[in-house]
Design a protein around this ligand. Structure first.
Ligand code: NAP
Length: 242
């Protein structure tokens, strides 16, 4: 049987490109969404035109009971999960002094707790089948830190720490765990930047361009086929951070 993948935040941006790439590689994909139901339905319809069937599943990944329902649905329908892509995430731009407890807890829940609880719900099945590939989408801010993005940076550094520790713990079960830490990628998340700011980022990037969601999906395609890469943080950023 084909591989089965769950992609969180799969209806738009980087997650959408990952869903498309995996589905076109014959992977059975469960594309998770939370608020973007219309976009998820549209993506399903677009892929159907290519004779590709995907599942879309609404779940707020910061809530364990909703994650559990999604994983139960996947196992009931396909009997296994080979690939988990923890992609869902939110941005938070605030001066450090202005971050409230509520802001902090919210970004921690959506960006970090979601990775903890989704992974925890999935790994019993991967351990049982002695095979699995988990890819977490972190950020260069987790490596370098971003000004006015302390809480966001902390979640992404947390994801990279979790990736490395889990890779050690799950390696003997033949489960590989890696992070992809994107640089500036052209998605809704970066709509807040002005034309001038985008030009400045391009200028600071050795490859003199802005990344596309497909650039991240290409790395995912490689990582799911690989056999000997685990515990790594792979930063795809055009050389913006070296
Ligand atoms: P985006 O276009 O804003 O998309 C965010 C995605 O996360 C959406 O699919 C959204 O789903 C989902 N999401 C948010 N909260 C969720 C929740 N509680 N439950 C389920 N899904 C939720 O952002 P993106 O650029 O594609 O970002 C994808 C990942 O890459 C994020 O983890 C982000 O931190 C990371 N990243 C992005 C960049 C960049 O430059 N774009 C750079 C570094 C890292 P709904 O719309 O359905 O709610």
């Amino acid at each position: 049987m084909e591989k089965v993948a769950v992609v969180t935040g799969g209806s738009r941006g980087i997650g959408k490109a990952i869903v498309e790439a995996l589905a076109r590689k014959n992977v059975k994909v469960i594309a998770n969404y939370n608020q973007s139901e219309e976009k998820a339905k549209k993506l399903k319809e677009e892929l159907e035109k290519e004779n590709i069937e995907i599942d879309i599943f609404k779940a707020d990944v910061s809530k364990r009971e909703e994650v559990k329902k999604m994983i139960d649905y996947t196992i009931k329908k396909y009997g296994k999960i080979d690939i988990l892509i923890n992609n869902a995430g939110i941005d938070q731009e605030k001066m450090f002094q202005d971050i409230t407890d509520e802001d902090w807890n919210n970004v921690m829940k959506v960006n970090l707790y979601s990775v903890f609880c989704t992974t925890q719900e999935v790994i019993p099945y991967m351990i049982n089948q002695k095979n699995g590939c988990i890819i977490n989408i972190s950020s260069i801010y987790g490596i370098n830190g971003g000004s006015c993005a302390v809480a966001y940076s902390a979640t992404k550094a947390g994801i990279d720490g979790m990736t490395k520790a889990l890779a050690k713990e799950l390696g003997p079960s033949n489960i590989r765990v890696n992070s992809i830490a994107p640089g500036y990628i052209d998605t809704d998340m970066n709509k807040k930047y002005s034309k001038e700011e985008r030009e400045q980022i391009k200028e600071e990037t050795p490859l003199e361009k802005i990344g596309k969601p497909e650039d991240i999906a290409k790395c995912i395609e490689w990582l799911i086929e690989d056999n000997f890469t685990t515990g790594q943080v792979i930063s795809i950023n055009g050389g913006w951070v070296i």
